[in-house]
Design a protein around this ligand. Sequence first.
Ligand code: HEC
Ligand code: HEC
Length: 266
Amino acid sequence: MSTEPLFSLRNRWFTRSVGATIVIFVISFVIGFIWLPSVQRDAQFQGVWNAICSAAGVPRSWYSSSEAPVTPTYTTSTVELTPSTVPPASAQSVGRGATLALQCTMCHGERGMSEANSPNLAGQYPSVIYKELHDFKTGARTNAIMSPMVVNLTDQDIRDLAAYYAYLPRPSAARVHEEVVVPEIVATGAPMRNIAPCASCHGGLDTKVGSPWLNGLPAAYIKAQLQAFASGARHNDISEQMRNVARNMTPDEIEAAANYYSASAK
Ligand code: HEC
Ligand code: HEC
């Protein structure tokens, strides 16, 4: 039996195994803490030290504090929508809204059902009308026709208009033609492209506050709005909820969704 001590630099088994362990450690460290994190394509994320901190999960700001926070180049919506932003309206409010709405009938129809390609307002959720009118007023949503219409409306006028239109009967979710099938994009969305079913926000499966009632809207209007969200021309949706959906839709899906929602039995 050998009398050589185990933990000795002269024991070559000892030196080789410790040496191999150290080499494996250094290689894994370089791969895991420096190489892999450095492959991230983030312009702000530079330097070996940031790479190590990020891999180790150590909080460290790699944004220099002198940099101004990123702000959008356009006006964003200032409306905060909660289920209680627009509480149930009084009968007086509906009455005042009906009078104010006389200025709107030319385009939105006498009872909120548009004959032209303007959106219907009858039965629209009051929170939606409230938000859209405020967005036109602040410039978060722009439209050559609507923007001048709202300049002189006060918050109370807007609440009254929302109360009046919400009070009118909304177009039904039933279809004119029995054979209209629900397009896949409406019923199930496109999970691989991160699109939730339209019906999960817009009614059908569930409704989310601030999501308009789409049934019965003119197909041309729906299509134009989806294209505007996709291009970013319309950008008043809070947290880009609709832009994220629309920019991942194919032209065929936009067509199918517009045709489906517009085919409501009035
Ligand atoms: C001259 C025609 C015209 C008049 C008058 C008009 N609107 Fe509009 N309205 C439109 C058009 C067109 C749109 C769609 C704008 C777009 O494409 O972004 C619209 C959009 C809206 C929307 C957004 C609907 C949605 O589903 O997003 C609301 C709310 C609205 N109008 C309310 C009113 C009210 C209230 C009045 C009266 C004070 C009024 N409008 C007067 C043409 C008109
Ligand atoms: C995560 C919830 C969500 C999903 C999913 C969603 N939407 Fe929306 N959508 C919204 C919200 C919120 C708005 C209102 C944006 C704003 O504040 O103006 C909106 C607005 C719209 C409008 C404009 C309506 C108007 O009256 O101006 C259309 C058209 C629309 N969505 C179609 C669709 C279609 C088609 C799908 C499915 C492919 C879809 N949406 C999926 C939340 C959603």
